[in-house]
Design a protein around this ligand. Structure first.
Ligand code: PEP
Ligand code: MG
Length: 570
């Protein structure tokens, strides 16, 4: 048995085989081939098999997720059948006497470059990713038909060096028992996705965790941040017992469903869910979320190959609003940039992307993208209790510019006779120190604040949240961060608006009583944490203990140097 230690991201125990994630990019060697006719036939056989697979995938997906969502396999099949594509690969094999793999990869590069250069045709630009995708399928078939990740039907523990948010989203959650990665940061969006998807995860296992373990049995302990490869029968038994205990605790917590999030002294707290996708709505409802406190709408863009149009977005926001049956659903406008990159946005490479053109800055410079999203949001507002919030705000001026654009969008909708809610609540995320410091001025402009502690920590401490080697410096318990949170809550209340937390710290049970003592009104967390939080809230007496609680955390709030051991993160 091999024991590897990493960082915990989300508790839970997974038992199953490890399957290493295969990335679509792979180095391809150029080989000199003398039997070019034979090589051509090898390519043709792979192509025919690829077409057959895509037909099957289409049929299956059409049944499972409907024809519209399955259409991508149809597009891929048509591309693979395309005569120009076929001729270009075969011609290269014969004229340059190269191996089929090299010709397939070269053709993919050529076609992708042609598609990408069609600047005024967004649809064709989106096809660049598709041509890469079909070429990867062919490379796998030429490589002996290695099974593609998403087609494996056996649930597995996904192993990877690291996963990008877009790669994580491509995995079928029903087939993922856990995530285990060599690198990665606990504050990254991939880690957040693992929590949202309720999947046990351990990251940063180091290079001892390698592809040689592909196919091996393993136990992933998300509570302790350990992975056991080829576990002994004794360990397997012990872990299954712990899995059962965990299941029982979840059952006990389930008794809290339908109960209020109310403190012993009668203060009601809103406990909402963070989601990234419409399909997370089920987990939010199952865990009895009182609403959605953060719908990361950018995942919609991350999953698309082109800008999602107004109608597509409208349908999704409308379904979210309707799905929550009148409960509040707060949609955050697009927060692209930094680690969430989308090729079709064609953003310039930046030295410092976390401080670059991202989130609201993109929306305010490329207003056509923003306008489409706002139109979809306002149209959806007629179908439920929708609110909108804006990420990465740093100034009052930004909010005024947002409101001007909203004013124009509302005029358009009125002129078109489309119904919408004039008074939809508008909020902002407080995730820059600038916003926290001027929260008094910002509070006069909006209906609510939601504190994004992930970025607030990153920008307050000037520590890249993505950089795993800086993790010991990334300290959300730092007094500077906690004081900014307290200041923001006080300013919100002084101006009569509510204040919540939607960053990961909001689900940190070690700090719940402190947040309640600070007067935080809402906590929005991964669906799986809602009932734990409810239990904690129902045991807290803020009225009686407020001063005691604040005194208990005095060191954290005022005196970073002298505090003892920092509370351990879950
Ligand atoms: C945050 O920054 O705390 C937040 C909730 O937004 P994200 O993690 O998506 O950047
Ligand atoms: Mg953020």
């Amino acid at each position: 048995m091999v024991i590897l230690k990493g960082k915990r991201v989300f508790g839970g125990i997974a038992v199953g085989k490890i399957r290493f994630f295969s990335r679509r990019e792979r180095p391809v060697k150029r080989l000199h081939i003398t039997d070019t006719q034979g090589e051509g036939r090898r390519f043709e056989a792979a192509r025919q098999e690829g077409i057959r697979q895509l037909e099957q995938l289409y049929e299956q997906a059409a049944q499972d997720v409907g024809e519209a969502n399955a259409a991508i396999f149809e597009v891929h099949r048509l591309m693979m059948e395309d005569q120009d594509y076929r001729d270009s690969v075969t011609h290269m094999i014969i004229s340059q006497e190269v191996n089929a793999e090299f010709a397939v990869a070269a053709a993919a590069d050529t076609f992708a470059a042609i598609f990408s250069s069609m600047e005024d045709d967004a649809y064709m630009q989106g096809r660049a990713a598709d041509v890469k995708d079909i070429s990867e399928r062919l490379l796998e078939l030429l490589d002996g038909g290695a099974k593609r990740q998403e087609e494996s039907k056996e649930p597995v523990i996904i192993g990877a060096d690291d996963l990008a948010p877009s790669e994580t989203l491509r995995l079928d959650p029903d087939l993922v028992l856990g995530f285990a990665t060599i690198y990665g940061s606990a504050n990254s969006h991939t880690a957040i996705l693992a929590r949202t998807m309720n999947i046990p995860a351990v990251i940063g296992l180091g290079e001892k965790f390698s592809r040689e373990y592909d196919g091996h049995m393993a136990v992933l302990d998300g509570f302790e941040g350990q992975v056991y490869i080829d576990p002994t029968p004794e360990l397997l038994e012990e872990m299954k017992k712990r899995q059962e205990e965990n299941r029982r605790r979840r059952q006990l917590l389930a008794r809290l469903k339908g109960k209020e999030n109310i403190t012993l002294d009668g203060r009601r707290i809103q406990v909402y869910a963070n989601i990234g996708h419409l399909s997370d709505l089920g987990a939010a409802i199952q865990n009895d979320a009182q609403g959605i406190g953060l719908f990361r709408s950018e995942f919609l863009y991350l999953e698309s190959r082109d800008f999602p149009d107004e109608e597509q977005q409208f349908q999704i926001y409308r379904k979210a609003a309707e799905g929550m049956g009148g409960k509040k659903v707060i949609i955050r406008t697009l927060d692209i940039g930094a680690d969430k990159t989308v090729p079709y946005f064609r953003l310039k490479k930046e030295e410092n992307p976390a401080m670059g053109l991202r989130a609201i800055r993109i929306c305010l410079t490329r207003t056509e993208i923003f306008r489409t999203q706002l139109r979809a949001l306002y149209r959806a507002s007629a179908f439920g209790n929708l609110s909108v919030m804006f990420p990465m705000i740093t100034s009052v001026g930004e909010i005024r510019r947002i409101k001007e654009i909203i004013g124009r969008v509302q005029e358009e909708l009125r002129a078109e006779g489309l119904p919408f809610r004039e008074d939809m609540e508008l909020g902002i995320m407080i995730e820059t120190p600038a916003a926290a410091v001027i929260s008094g001025s910002l509070a006069k402009e909006v209906d609510f604040f939601s504190i994004g502690t992930n970025d607030l920590t990153q920008y307050t401490l000037a520590v890249d949240r993505q950089n795993a080697s800086l993790e010991s410096f990334y300290d959300p318990y730092h007094p500077a961060v906690l004081r900014l949170i307290r200041m923001t809550a006080e300013q919100a209340h002084a101006h009569g608006i509510w204040c919540g937390i939607c960053g990961e710290l909001g689900g940190d049970l070690r700090l719940t009583e402190l947040f309640l003592a600070m007067g935080i009104d809402e906590l929005s967390v991964s669906p799986a944490l809602i009932l734990d939080l409810r239990e904690k809230i129902r045991r807290t007496d803020v009225g009686r203990d407020r001063e005691k609680i604040l005194a208990k955390y005095k060191d954290l709030l005022y005196d970073g140097e002298e505090r003892g051991e920092k509370p351990s993160r879950r």
